[in-house]
Structure formats: C-alpha cells, structure tokens
Design a protein around this ligand. Structure first.
Ligand SMILES: *Cc1c(COP(=O)(O)O)cnc(C)c1O
Length: 404
C-alpha cells in the first residue's frame, strides 16, 4: 500500500468552494425550483470580447496550417508577450526576461511553494486567498503544530481588520522568509496605499524576507496614486516577486493565462539567484502556457484589447457599485467594492457560515463566508461582483425585500 503524503492530512476541512457547492446542491435538492443567484465565487461571467476572441480564432487557424504550426515553445513564454507585458504593464520597471508567462496565477503560486520548499516560514494577510496557506501546507511548510494557538509554527497570520484599515501592524509581526500580500485584496477589497507598500518593502528589507505580491486585481484600481504593482515602490525589486493574471481582466478564468515577475536582483541569503532557480523550476515542471492562448494575451495588450479590457473591468466594477450601494442603504458596514471587485460585509452577532446559510435559505443568494479565508474573516461575508448584471440587480431586489 502507498503511504499518504502526511501533509495532505494537515489541510483543514476541504477547500472552501467545494463546500459552498455542496451546500448549494443540498438547497436545490430540498427546493428544486429555487433560482439561486451566485455572488460567491470569483469567477467571471461575461463572454470573451471580440478583438481578443478573434485573435484566439486566428491563432487556432494558424496552428491548422503547415506553415503556422508550432509545437513546444519556450517554457518561460513567448518573447513577444514577455516584452509586451514589460512594456505596456510595467513601463520598464520589469525587464522582459524577468517576466515568466504561465497558465495562471494560482498554478504559479503553487510552483513558487515548490521553489521555496518545506523549510520556508511565511506570513499571510488574515483573511486571505486560501492558496497561500493551503499550497504551503501541501509542500510541508508548516513547522510543528502549536496546540494552544491552534496554528502551525511556520505560518503567521497577520490580522487585517477595519480597525487597522486592513493593513497589518508590521512592528508586531515576527520575521518570516516569505510574505504573501494581495492588493487589491481578495477577499476584503482593501487596496494598499503607496505608503503602506513602502512600509511592507522596508519591513521585508530589514528582515531579508521575500514578498510574494498578488496583483490579480490591479486593473480594478481607478483611484490615482494607488499602486498597481509592488515595483512602484523604489527598491521593491530586491525583495519582491509579483504574480498576475489575465483571469479577472479579460475573462480568461477558463482560457488560462497569467504571468509572474521574478527580478534578477532577488537573491537568497547565500547570494544565489532566485531568478535562476525559478527558471529551473519553470523549465523542469512546467512546459509553458498554451501558444494559442498567449496570442490572446498579446491581443489583450494591443490598443483595441486594452479598451476591451477596460470595458470588462468597468462592467464588474459597476456591479460592485450596485451591490455596495444596496448594502450600505440597508445599513450594513461594507468595505472594498471601489478599486476592487469584492465587497466585504460585516455581519453583526453571527458566525459567517450561519449568516451565509441564512442568506442562501432565505434569499437564495450565494456569497462566501468570511471564515473560509482565515480566522480573521469570521463575522464577515464576501460579495463578488463577477455575476451578470441582471442577476446582480435581482439579488439586490431580493436583499431589499423581507421575503422572497
Ligand atoms: C482569481 C485570483 C487569482 C487568479 O488566478 P488564476 O489562476 O490566474 O485564474 C490570483 N489571485 C487571487 C487573489 C485571485 O483572486
């Protein structure tokens, strides 16, 4: 018999979204005619836009010709796309050979956990996107379990609440090797200011830590002066990797395309290069993002593509505005929803899974319970703005009415 990877048993009860799906299914079995509206999972609903979609079609057609066919490409991605991302999105603050094209930010985060391995200690914002902790647990980066704290020694939860305006008190944090940081944040919708990110970069420098900065929602930032990339902070290239994705900007959640930036200045304590190791990981266990899909990424960064991207992002942001306005009018304490597609809502006097179930049972609306994002999410619900407009409007009507 095969022994189970012992780290798998350390994962806490099931991944959040399968649990939500299970409970939703249970409701539908009880009440088959319920029209359930999902403001839960962060999955896009708008179709691909015309210019980007036609680039995908053209790429597929080319692959069907003798002249246009190509097999394996560079594992790091097409040079043209790496260059275009460096130029259009980083305006020179990242070199093209620091940009690695991937099949999405989540798989990249998983490979990064393999890169840093089981001995790495890490800090996450609490609440946070579940992959940072769960992926680290899978590779064994836990350290011993502290029964009293009910936490693993290698994983530090940096509490982010309305009280500290969702930015952790860094002075109170112990040193860790890695610091996962997501801004605009999933789930809270909070966006770190330049000043805050500078504090984070300084903290990482002092501690000789590496920041893994998740900028998946950078394009949702509309307020001038709010940083879209960690590299807007001087010196960040010495301490930070950035991951990003085409998922939430052009609806590539199913198509799959992302990238990360691993700066050449980034080194381990022995002076060796993180960039080189990342290149080794990429060439060894990843064979590159789909060539066809990378053509879609190239199109997305043309002027026409960028216009379509903005339209897509604006649509979801308008949804966010509608949801937030309705919740505010109902007297809820809400956060986010402005430079981010998520609205973080305090539920007074209730556990978040209980509030979540009530909303599902009484209004047939699926949200996401805050507790699923870490202990700091208890007492909150996350509303996602990625639904179709008609569903968002219907959900808002239901919220306003006492009964269905
Ligand atoms: C959706 C999301 C991603 C994107 O993941 P992909 O694998 O690129 O689809 C990354 N980080 C966060 C915080 C997200 O919410």
């Amino acid at each position: 018999m095969v022994k189970r990877n012992p780290h798998m048993a350390k994962l806490s009860g099931g991944y959040l979204f399968p649990e939500i799906a299970r409970r939703k299914k249970a409701l539908l079995e009880k009440n088959p005619s319920a029209k359930v509206i999902s403001l839960g999972i962060g999955d896009t609903t708008l179709p691909l836009t015309p210019y980007i979609c036609s680039a995908l079609l053209d790429a597929a057609k080319k692959l069907g010709t003798k002249e246009g066919y190509s097999g394996y490409g560079d594992e790091q991605g097409m040079t043209a796309l790496r260059e275009k991302i460096a130029k259009v999105l980083y305006h020179g603050s990242a070199d093209s050979d620091e940009v690695f094209i991937s099949d999405g930010a989540k798989p990249d985060l998983g490979r990064m956990q393999i890169l840093f391995g089981a001995d790495a200690t890490l800090a996450v914002q609490d609440p946070s996107y579940p992959v940072y902790v769960d992926g680290s647990v899978i590779v064994g980066a836990t350290g011993p379990y502290n029964q009293k704290k009910q936490q693993y020694a290698s994983i530090i939860y940096m509490r982010c609440t309305p009280k500290n305006r969702f930015f952790p008190d860094l002075a109170a944090q112990p040193r860790t090797d890695l610091i996962y940081f997501c801004s605009p944040n999933n789930p809270t919708g909070a966006v770190a200011t330049k000043q805050q990110l500078k504090k984070l970069v300084d903290f990482a420098k002092q501690n000789r830590s590496i920041i893994i900065f998740d900028a998946a929602y950078a394009e949702y930032i509309e307020e001038k002066g709010l940083p879209k990339s960690i590299y807007e902070i001087p010196g960040a290239k010495e301490v930070a990797i950035e991951v990003n994705s085409f998922s939430k900007t052009i609806g590539f959640t199913g198509v799959r395309l992302g990238w990360c930036v691993v700066p050449k200045q980034l080194v381990y304590e022995d002076g060796s290069s993180v960039h080189k190791d990342w290149n080794r990981i990429t060439t060894t266990i990843f064979n590159g993002a789909s060539n066809l899909v990378q053509r879609g990424g190239l199109a997305a960064l043309d002027a026409e593509g960028l216009t379509e991207m903005k339209q897509t992002v604006d649509y979801y942001k308008e949804n966010a505005r509608i949801i937030k306005t309705a919740l505010d009018a109902l007297g809820f304490e809400t956060y986010g929803g402005r430079n981010a597609p998520y609205i973080w809502v305090r539920i007074k006097g209730k556990k978040s899974w209980d509030a979540w179930s009530e909303l599902l049972e009484q209004k047939h609306i699926v949200t996401t319970p805050g507790a699923g994002f870490g202990p700091g999410g208890e007492g909150f619900l996350r509303f996602s703005s990625f639904g179709r407009r008609e569903d968002v409007l219907l959900a808002v009507e239901r919220l306003k009415r006492d009964k269905l």
